[in-house]
Design a protein around this ligand. Structure first.
Ligand code: HEM
Length: 228
């Protein structure tokens, strides 16, 4: 799939005056498989690209997923907190943060006596990449920021249903809970993304959109842990 913005100038979003967040969504939706989302255009090959209902998750694998996802959220949240570029500061206290929620979930598992290990290659590699990127290319970094937080709000919900029922004995994790209305939090984030991107050139915007594919690759490697 060609995700370059030149193939879809305005990506159907700009022309409707919805702003850059709509372009980001347009590119992200195409990169889903048809099995994952109605707007997806990719063919499902790897197991984690299949319909979530068909997944065979394991508790061990799911714990690995949580630990690695936490490393990624810790990293994103530190980067936003430190704000090496002033635009990052706009994204502080969005209510979408997941680090503390995941810390509580992992603590719960530990108290119950489950073995919770440390992060492994998928999380470590992504965290390292994010840290480096955030110091040199804010537009590309913000693409990852958007995708990782929005992925949890949509696909995360679907995965949550599956694992809660099948491997968590109906225990509902904090990871999938938000302290305010989620659709409101997401809309506020889209407004912020639009505001920040108003200052970007078309080149900046394209660099951001073209990074979407990498965000999917890195995150998919972490999702795959659920099936390990
Ligand atoms: C949106 C499912 C993986 C990023 C969606 C939507 C669905 C979905 C159904 C549409 C939500 C809606 O508009 O109602 C899934 C499933 C996944 C998965 C089942 C894998 C098991 C990913 C990955 C990423 C991602 C790996 C990127 C790292 C996004 C983004 C949106 C989205 C940015 C747009 C959300 C919005 O505009 O509110 N996903 N997804 N997803 N997904 Fe995924």
């Amino acid at each position: 799939v060609v995700v370059s913005a030149e193939k879809h100038p305005g990506a159907g979003g700009e022309s409707k005056g919805k702003g850059f967040a709509e372009e980001m969504r347009f590119v992200a939706m195409k990169l889903h498989t048809r099995e994952q989302a109605a707007e997806g255009e990719m063919e499902a090959k790897a197991p984690e690209e299949q319909r979530v209902e068909k997944w065979e998750p394991t508790l061990d694998g799911y714990l690995k997923f949580l630990v690695n996802a936490k490393l990624v959220y810790d990293t994103l949240e530190e980067i936003i907190e430190e704000a090496a570029f002033p635009s990052y500061g706009e994204f502080r206290n969005s209510g979408l943060e997941r680090s503390e929620k995941l810390a509580r979930d992992l603590e719960w598992f530990r108290e119950k006596g489950y073995g919770v290990g440390g992060p492994s290659a998928p999380g470590v590699t992504y965290a390292h990449y994010l840290k480096q990127l955030s110091d040199k290319d804010p537009q590309a970094f913000i693409c990852h920021f958007y995708n990782v937080y929005f992925a949890n709000s949509a696909g995360g919900r679907i995965i949550s249903k599956k694992v809660t029922r099948e491997i968590l004995d109906n225990k509902e994790l904090e990871y999938y809970k938000y302290d305010a209305d989620l659709s409101q939090l997401l809309q506020t984030m889209r407004d912020k993304l639009n505001k920040v991107a108003e200052k970007w050139s078309r080149d900046d915007k394209n660099r951001c959109l073209e990074e979407t594919q990498k965000s999917f690759q890195f995150y998919r490697n972490i999702l795959r842990l659920i099936l390990s």
